[in-house]
Design a protein around this ligand. Structure first.
Ligand code: HEM
Ligand code: HEM
Length: 181
């Protein structure tokens, strides 16, 4: 986001740190890491929570009082932090890697790498979020929420259409692969 100050964001991030970690590396697997995430994506999510376009009982009240400047500053701060990768369950990474890199032609699952990149870096210009090192449980929860249509803030239904065709086993495996990316 334009005009975000990482220094100001650091000061404003004290309440966020309780869940997302001081440096944006959360510890609880249900809470997403924000470290290294693109500024534009963080701002979009905070706007979506504030406008009730993305609904979450925990985050909605956090986002409501934030001004545009607060969002830009918080995004600049968390984006400037280095993400610490997690550990993948090695029993699941073979299927996870296959889904991530190749999708599933038979069931119509697009390759994640096409948008999120081979290393999970995403693409800030298109607002495709970074996924690498993201918490396994958080990723699973998001894919299941997209599949059920409970998370519906993806432009053009990109993620809802993909998740709709994913099996539980594919979701589980790709989440493990992403954690270790
Ligand atoms: C999700 C930022 C405070 C718990 C998110 C996301 C952002 C964010 C950008 C979306 C991440 C993504 O899509 O990858 C912030 C900021 C905060 C804050 C800037 C401070 C102003 C908190 C606090 C808690 C919390 C205090 C815990 C009490 C969560 C949870 C999610 C989330 C559980 C995932 C929601 C879901 O499953 O859809 N937060 N957060 N956050 N945050 Fe926060
Ligand atoms: C968001 C996973 C394929 C575009 C996400 C999120 C996850 C995810 C977990 C939420 C990130 C977060 O909350 O931090 C996957 C997986 C894929 C896949 C596992 C393959 C099976 C794709 C493809 C595209 C795409 C092929 C582009 C056509 C997006 C976009 C968002 C997103 C635009 C952000 C939605 C928003 O603004 O809230 N993806 N993705 N993804 N993905 Fe994917």
């Amino acid at each position: 986001a334009e005009g975000g100050s990482a220094e100001a964001g650091k000061t404003k991030s004290a309440t966020c740190a309780a869940c997302h970690g001081m440096d944006g590396n959360s510890v609880n697997p249900e809470w997403p890491k924000l470290a290294g995430q693109h500024e534009s994506y963080i701002v979009k999510q905070l706007m979506n929570f504030k406008n009730d376009e993305r609904v979450n009982a925990t985050m909605t009240p956090q986002a409501k009082p934030l001004s545009d400047q607060d969002m830009a500053d918080l995004a600049a701060y968390f984006s400037s932090q280095a993400v610490k990768p997690g550990e993948a369950d090695q029993a699941k990474v073979t299927l996870g890697e296959q889904v991530y890199k190749g999708g599933n032609n038979a069931s119509g699952v697009a390759a994640c790498a096409a948008c999120h990149g081979p290393t999970g870096a995403g693409n800030p210009a298109s607002n495709f979020p970074s996924l690498h090192g993201q918490q396994t449980t958080y990723v699973k929860n998001q894919l299941m929420a997209f599949r059920k249509g409970e998370r519906a803030n993806d432009a053009g239904k990109m993620m809802r259409n993909i998740a709709a065709n994913m099996t539980d086993a594919e979701i589980d495996a790709v989440a493990e692969y992403i954690a270790g990316l």
